[in-house]
Design a protein around this ligand. Structure first.
Ligand SMILES: Cc1cc2nc3c(=O)[nH]c(=O)nc-3n(C[C@H](O)[C@H](O)[C@H](O)COP(=O)(O)OP(=O)(O)OC[C@H]3O[C@@H](n4cnc5c(N)ncnc54)[C@H](O)[C@@H]3O)c2cc1C
Length: 435
């Protein structure tokens, strides 16, 4: 049967729409299915986006009125105990001038909608409110299109791109990917807090469109392997906290309890004070790392973005990996269609492209990082407590000599079972996990 479309894409997130833009630019007849009422309706990120990968798809994204919330000029890292914390930050004027749009915040509901509109302007057909429920296959097992949940909803396509995100029952059921194990995904909750722009600017020491991010680790995840974040938007703050799904199951901590406690932390509460909660969503994150990446293509199909488990947890890079993989999938599809060869062999150039790029190089570099975090719960328990005790002692002037304080700190470290040997081993293993 003749295919109605050259390419069918499942999912109008950053991966799917990036591919759609490149394909439409090349005149490839492309259809994108999105289960949400509109692209972005069901999507969630922190959300920091990176200009580099977006500009490779839409060089004029700023002129196209990309809904940028704030351009990030300062990145903070916080290491918190339950009621105290350390903070380091890096602010750079260049990030507001020649490196502007290196990183910026967006609200996914607005951004994804805008991004899909750009693909539509280029000629891609984006069909919202439509769930792809299965893949069509020919007698040899090659994918020949998709079946949607609509009546008479089968659509033939020469190539199908799965860009349906981390929770992809479709990919799992069709054998593209294994069901993610609980330790390969994190469950994150995000709350959007409404605050006037002037209040945000005063509290974070920024002006105009400049913004700040804070990546947060330590005792705010209830002892579980996880992270939290606080990002500035124009008129709101994005707060998120998440932890490994296996840890949630083991500790029985409820995600909403975690975010409520996070909001009351003394480093967080003054920043969100007076704000009104606008929305609250939960979502999975692909945290399996390099070893969880599935086979990236087969006869008639490719898989990109979170669906392919492309997420760099250490640098919280997911949107850019989705865009880069969507672009590389599209470039590979264009070549394959040009040769009239949609076989796995022809499409395998996609995996090579990813391997040559920063996407797989970075994921490979950090392949041990997830395991390191998961097996070192002291990073979320004993360490922040002991570090906080040490700082509090040293900063308290109470007539006790510094030598005596040093002894107290060492005693406390031992009480937390943090020997010098254990610390040294932690540092060494941490270094090995990221080197
Ligand atoms: C709390 C949180 C914070 C994050 N923060 C950041 C951050 O600050 N920076 C960053 O770079 N990354 C961040 N990420 C990761 C980032 O959101 C993802 O890596 C990125 O969204 C992946 O894009 P994608 O297009 O692959 O998948 P998605 O964005 O998940 O898009 C998939 C799309 O497919 C649709 N879909 C799914 N199934 C079907 C189906 N069967 N039929 C039709 N449509 C379907 C979905 O509705 C969705 O629109 C964060 C993630 C979370 C959860």
């Amino acid at each position: 049967m003749k295919a109605a479309f050259d390419v069918a894409i499942v999912g109008a997130g950053p991966a799917g729409i990036s591919a759609a833009c490149i394909l439409a630019d090349a005149g490839v007849k492309t259809i994108v299915f999105e289960r949400g009422e509109y692209p972005g309706a069901k999507n969630l990120s922190g959300a920091v986006l990176y200009g580099y990968d977006l500009a490779r798809i839409l060089p004029d994204f700023a002129e196209r009125k990309c809904p940028i919330e704030r351009n990030i000029i300062e990145s903070r890292i916080w290491y918190l105990s339950r009621d105290s914390g350390f903070s380091v930050g890096y602010r750079d004027a260049a990030l507001g001038t020649e490196r502007k749009h290196n990183a910026f915040t967006v609200l996914r509901a607005k951004f994804d909608r805008w991004y899909a509109e750009q693909a539509q302007k280029k000629g891609a057909l984006v069909v919202p409110a439509t769930v792809v429920v299965d893949l069509l296959r020919d007698s040899r097992g090659a994918v020949t299109g998709v079946a949607t949940g609509r009546a008479e909803g089968e659509v033939r396509a020469r190539i199908t791109l799965l860009a349906d995100g981390v929770n992809s029952p479709l990919a799992v059921r069709t054998g593209f990917r294994l069901e993610p194990k609980p330790e390969q995904v994190a469950l994150a909750v995000k709350e959007l807090i409404d605050l006037p722009a002037a209040v945000i600017e005063q509290r974070f020491g920024v002006s105009g469109i400049d913004g700040v991010t804070a990546e947060i680790m330590g005792g705010v995840t209830g002892g579980m392997d996880g992270v939290a974040a606080l990002y500035t938007n124009r008129n709101s703050l994005s707060l998120s906290v998440g932890a490994n799904l296996a840890d949630f199951a083991a500790t029985k901590i409820k995600p909403y309890e975690l975010i409520e406690e996070f909001k009351q932390h003394p480093m967080v509460a003054p920043l969100i004070s007076g704000g009104k909660s606008l929305e609250y969503i939960a979502h999975w994150l692909a945290e399996g790392g390099y070893d969880a990446i599935p086979r990236l293509c087969g006869d008639g199909y490719l898989i990109a973005g979170d669906s392919a488990m492309l997420f760099n947890a250490l640098h919280r890079e997911g949107n850019n990996l989705a865009m880069a993989s969507g672009r590389m999938a599209a470039e590979t599809i264009i070549e394959a269609l040009g040769r009239d060869d949609c076989s796995r062999k022809a499409l395998s150039r996609y995996g090579e492209r990813l391997a040559e790029s920063y996407v797989l190089k970075d994921m490979k570099k950090y392949r041990r990082f997830g395991r390191f975090m998961h097996h070192h719960k002291e990073l979320f328990n004993e360490m922040p407590r002991a570090a906080s005790f040490a700082a509090r002692e040293m900063l308290t002037v109470n007539g006790v000599g510094k030598k005596q304080k040093q002894k107290l700190i060492m005693q406390n470290f031992r009480g937390e079972k943090m020997s010098i040997f254990r610390l040294a081993r932690l540092l060494w293993q941490g270094w090995r996990a990221v080197k």
